[in-house]
Structure formats: C-alpha cells, structure tokens
Design a protein around this ligand. Structure first.
Ligand code: ZN
Length: 430
C-alpha cells in the first residue's frame, strides 16, 4: 500500500475516534444477553443502512440449519434470534472479498452488586472502557464498522464485496454464524475481532456443553439413608468428570498448538439446580458442564467417553446405582479449529496481510496465540474453506465483573483493520 493512503487511513480513524467511542457506548447500553439482542440489532441495522450498505435482517429458523455440520442443540426458543448482515457490493470487484464478523450477544451480567459501575451503563476511566460486552466483543464489532468508515472518509470503498455480519448465539451455540453460512454468505477470508490482546489466534479448543440429570424418589429427611440425596450424588459424578479432565490434559494427548499450555482443556460446572424443600431429601438435581476438546478430536468420540465415565461413577454410588444419570446436550457441540493447520494460499496471504497491517500500526511483529476458548471462526475454517483470522483488542474480565477494554487498543485494532481491508480487498473510488 502506498504510504500516502496508509497515513490517510490512520488519521481518518483518529478523526472519527470520539464518534466511535460514542457508538460503542450506545451499543453497550443495549443489554443484549441471549434472547434480548433485538434492540442492539435494530441499532446496528439502522447504522449499516445509513452507511449505504444493503441490509439483510432475518430470524434464524432452526429447521434451516439443523442438518448442517457444526450445528449445536438450541437453548430456548429462537423467536428473538435475529442476524444482521450489511453488504458492500464493489463496482470493480478486482480484489479479494471479506467477511467482517462479530457477535452482538453478551453473557449474563451476574449479581449486580459485584459491578461498579453497573454492567449496561458504559463508563470510561482512563484507558478503560467498562461495560458487559464492551470487550467481548462490541468494541471489535464497532471497530469493523469504523474501519470501513475510514476508507469512506478517504473517498474509497473496498474493491471487493465485503459482508459485515452482526450475529447472535456466539456465546452458547454459534448457530448465528452458521445461519449466515447457510444463507449463502461466503468470502475469501473472514476477520473476527474477538478480544485476544492484538494477537492472531492460531488455534482454539472446541467446546461441549451438557447437562447431567439426576432423578429419584423423594423422602422425608428423617428417613433419609446415606447416599439417597440427588444433590449430594452429583459430587462423585463431578469428581469423575474432573478425573477425565486430568486425563485429557495429559501431555501425551496434547495438540501441538497447545504443547506449552499447562492446562488447555477446562471443565467447568457452570450451573446446578436441585431439590424443592429444605426438609425433603432432594429427588432431583441437574448440573450444567462445559468441557474443552482439541482441534481434530471428534465430538462424538468425546461424548461417548464422557457418558461412559458418568455411568461408571454411577455404579459405585447408592443413589445413582438405582437412578442412572442421563446426559442431555444443550448448547455448544463445537469442534476445535487451528488456523495454523491451514496451509492454503488464502490463509498464507491473509495472515501476511494482517501481519503487515499490525506492524504498520504498532511497530511490532504480530503475536500468535492458541486460546482455550472457542469462537465463530470454526465455521469459516472448518465448513466453508475460508481462512478466519481472530484478531481483536485487549480486554479484561470478559465474562466476569467490571469487564473492560483498552481504548488505545481499540484504536490500534481499528487502524490495523482499516489497513487490512484496504490491502486485502484493494480499493476503488467511491
Ligand atoms: Zn466473544
């Protein structure tokens, strides 16, 4: 890219940066937890339209995607699961097309008294922009849009089609990104600014969500025998799952991208419910588990192993022996994905384009990271032959309390994204 254009794009980002932060404030103030994304999506659709993109806004129909690889069992109804895509159609179409993807859904805020300031009252303190979803990943989503704006401010547009995707369901299934694929959106590369500290994600684990249901006969606590309590019966099962976790994390089973990571696959018991009355022996208990798997591991094989471990543990428990646990899959059945294993021309070219953009902005080489979480990049990489670059700002306490994202980092990521778009797609006059 010529120096003059580079300088013009960087200063265009700076000139609009206050507007960008205002935009982010507005977006973070929409509490777009699962099932409540509509107002945030309305806002995004309006902004895309105002920028002259053609806007596609649709409700996901489970029947359209149920049969596709990568589909995850749905949690709750999909009445409010609405995706938004804004399309820029190039006149010249001389460059390489691009998907700019980000998710609008945020995870629940948890107890409000743990937050200061409140989660959906965005707040700036020094370099930190606070709010639920500010880092994960509304800052990135907004950065994608303002990177496109920077080209426009220079009198330019991408010389290839660009699809700006604001998707739902990233935090529990990934079915929002899958629905975009099913709808026909395809490009030569995808960029997803998830908040991993300005490094390129080279590998990510897969994630399995499941529920373990325990059910038996209720009794009065006065007649309760040892081990007849459904809630307490969950404990040996949880212990057995942690033993499986230890085994899966063994150095011999480790995927090469995670060779130096001390514990890549995390098992989390994220929710537990059970019982009805303090003086009744609980007859039921349900707990929700999240478990990681490596790229290349089969979800079906991992599921079979999980179920076998649970049944084996049940054999040595008085309550469970008579009341076998059942496993229900609910949410993520996400395979791992390693961009590092993609040796295609497109992957090599897109990575080197991003490296150049990152270095032009920061003066540093682009760092690489293998992450112990999943992102929507797997859909592009595994099921659409599209290299998917996850590269976004530095954020802290995502999924925790007082989530915040670095404002300087947002600025750098937006600049690098603008340079990446201009280089990857090429440019044409407006
Ligand atoms: Zn995210």
């Amino acid at each position: 890219m010529d120096r003059e254009l580079e300088t013009a794009l960087l200063s265009a980002v700076d000139q609009r940066f206050d507007d960008q932060l205002d935009f982010l404030k507005e977006l973070v103030s929409h509490p777009s937890t699962r099932g409540r994304e509509q107002s945030a999506q309305d806002f995004m659709a309006g902004e895309l339209k105002e920028r002259g993109l053609s806007v596609d806004r649709w409700q996901i129909d489970v029947e359209d995607i149920r049969h596709l690889p990568g589909f995850s069992p749905v949690i709750g109804p999909y009445e409010d699961a609405v995706n938004v895509v804004g399309t820029h159609k190039s006149k010249a179409r001389t460059g390489r097309s691009l998907i700019l993807n980000g998710h609008i859904d945020v995870v629940p805020e948890g107890p409000l008294d743990m937050w200061d300031p409140p989660p959906f009252a965005p707040h700036i303190d020094g370099d930190a922009f606070f709010g639920r979803g500010a880092g994960d990943m509304k800052a990135g989503l907004v950065g994608n849009l303002f990177a496109l704006d920077a080209l426009k401010a220079c009198g330019l547009a991408p010389a290839a089609d660009v699809f700006f995707q604001s998707v739902v369901e990233e935090e529990c299934t990934g079915n929002g990104a899958l629905a975009c694929m099913q709808r026909g959106y395809k490009a030569d590369a995808a960029l997803i600014p998830e908040p991993f500290s300005e490094a390129l994600v080279t590998a990510q684990v897969g994630v399995i969500w499941f529920q373990v249901h325990l059910k038996g006969l209720p009794t009065h606590v006065a007649y309760a025998g040892d081990g007849s309590n459904a809630i307490e019966a969950a404990i040996p099962l949880i212990n057995a799952l942690h033993k499986l976790e230890d085994k899966w994390n063994g150095p011999d089973l480790r995927h090469p991208d995670f060779a130096h990571h001390h514990h890549p696959l995390n098992l989390n018991v994220g929710k537990i419910t059970g019982g009805d009355w303090t003086s009744s022996v609980p007859a039921w208990c349900v707990f929700d588990v999240r478990m990681g798997v490596y790229p290349g591991q089969s979800i079906d094989a991992m599921r079979a192993e999980i179920e076998a471990v649970l049944l084996e543990a049940a054999e040595s428990n008085v309550f469970l022996k008579e009341n076998k646990p059942s496993v229900v899959y609910h949410g993520f059945l996400a395979e791992g994905y390693a961009l590092s294993e993609d040796t295609s021309e497109g992957a090599v070219a897109s990575i080197s384009t991003l490296e150049a953009a990152h270095t032009a902005v920061t003066g540093e080489p682009l760092g690489k990271v293998a992450i112990t979480a999943t992102t929507d990049s797997r859909f592009f990489g595994l099921y659409a032959d599209t290299p998917a670059l996850v590269y976004g700002p530095k954020a802290e306490a995502i999924h925790g309390f007082n989530e915040h994202v670095s404002i300087e980092s947002i600025n750098r990521i937006t600049k690098a994204t603008a340079l990446f778009i201009a280089n990857w797609c090429g440019t044409e006059k407006l």
